[in-house]
Design a protein around this ligand. Structure first.
Ligand code: FES
Length: 101
């Protein structure tokens, strides 16, 4: 595993949600009151791109059928047994780095 830069803090202001693709892997990045979170960006329902959805508080809403995931845990709100992989995040010198396998 290694931390890799994925975007800048300026590209992800508080309340922001974005998608990044690193080596073909989709990630959803969000900024909840200054805390950056990274998780798997592919919705386990039908494959929607979570980073292209909406962020309400700490909940990422899938743009396709509105399943909601807590970006602080990766859990699906309706069934916490469904959990997206989260990835460690570092902020260094204005860059956001994610520890990817
Ligand atoms: S694909 Fe995400 S809710 Fe259906």
């Amino acid at each position: 595993m290694a931390f890799r830069p994925v975007c800048t803090v300026g590209q992800l202001p508080p309340g922001g949600l974005t998608e990044v693709i690193i080596d073909g892997k989709q990630l959803a990045l969000c900024n909840v009151d200054g805390a950056i979170h990274a998780m798997d960006g592919v919705c386990p329902h039908r494959g929607g791109s979570l980073g292209q959805g909406a962020l309400h508080g700490n909940m990422v809403v899938c743009p396709w059928h509105a399943w909601e995931f807590d970006c602080t845990t990766g859990q699906y709100d309706y069934n916490p047994c469904i959990q997206l992989t989260k990835f460690p995040v570092l902020v260094e010198g204005g860059d956001i780095l994610v520890d990817l396998p």
